[in-house]
Design a protein. Structure first.
Length: 212
């Protein structure tokens, strides 16, 4: 079995969502002073490769710690969309892929946008799902939707329409994935286990794919 890391490294100089502060790393303890090393890390709950819980946008809905462990693991398929040279992924770009999606727990959208990680280009111009395409995907009753871009909505949105559509159905959203181009077209196992925060509206994850 091959295990492929689908996560970006968390560091003080990493890209973060516009308006969010980057992580702060401090030496809490050092070997020289305390005989052991320990870092103090301050960061937002949606830093780096992370999961959005329904409570991220919807009042009174589930936090990540309200889901069982099996909601963060399952069969997955990658949908290659790096050919899309526009800012909207339309239903017609996806319809022929229904056989690949049927029965899967997770659908991961490979837009190719992770190639801009660390560049100003990463924050705008990435393709997002149209309303019809998102509704169609949500009809498959998946556990989660992932993508290799910073958001399922444009960064200038005030409505977060696509977020709300999936989260209202308890479909988790995994953002800032990487290395989806290494996975090919065959199904595989996928995990995106969050840290077990109390009332977690989101959490960084070490997302991984497991290939036979």
């Amino acid at each position: 079995m091959r295990v492929i890391d689908l996560s970006h490294v968390i560091s003080p100089d990493m890209p973060v969502y516009p308006g969010t502060r980057p992580p702060i790393f401090k030496a809490g303890c050092t070997i020289e002073k305390d005989s052991f090393a320990e870092k103090e890390i301050t960061m937002f709950s949606h830093t780096g490769t992370h999961i959005d819980a329904p409570a991220h946008l919807l009042q009174g809905r589930k936090y990540l710690d309200d889901f069982g462990m099996n909601h963060f693991f399952g069969e997955a398929a990658v949908i290659q969309l790096d050919f899309v040279k526009k800012e909207r992924i339309e239903l017609e770009d996806l319809e022929d892929l229904a056989p690949r999606i049927n029965g899967k727990d997770f659908v991961l959208l490979q837009t190719g946008w992770d190639r801009y990680w660390g560049s100003p280009y990463y924050f705008s111009g990435y393709p997002v799902l149209s309303s019809k395409a998102a509704e169609w995907l949500s009809s498959f009753k998946i556990k989660g939707l992932g993508l290799d871009a910073i958001s399922v909505d444009p960064t200038d949105t005030m409505e977060y329409e696509i977020h709300r559509l999936f989260l209202s159905q308890d479909i988790l959203i995994i953002e800032n994935l990487s290395n989806l181009s290494l996975l090919g077209t065959n199904p595989f196992k996928f995990s995106c286990f969050p840290l077990k925060f109390h009332s977690a509206d989101g959490s960084p994850v070490r997302a991984a794919a497991y290939l036979d």
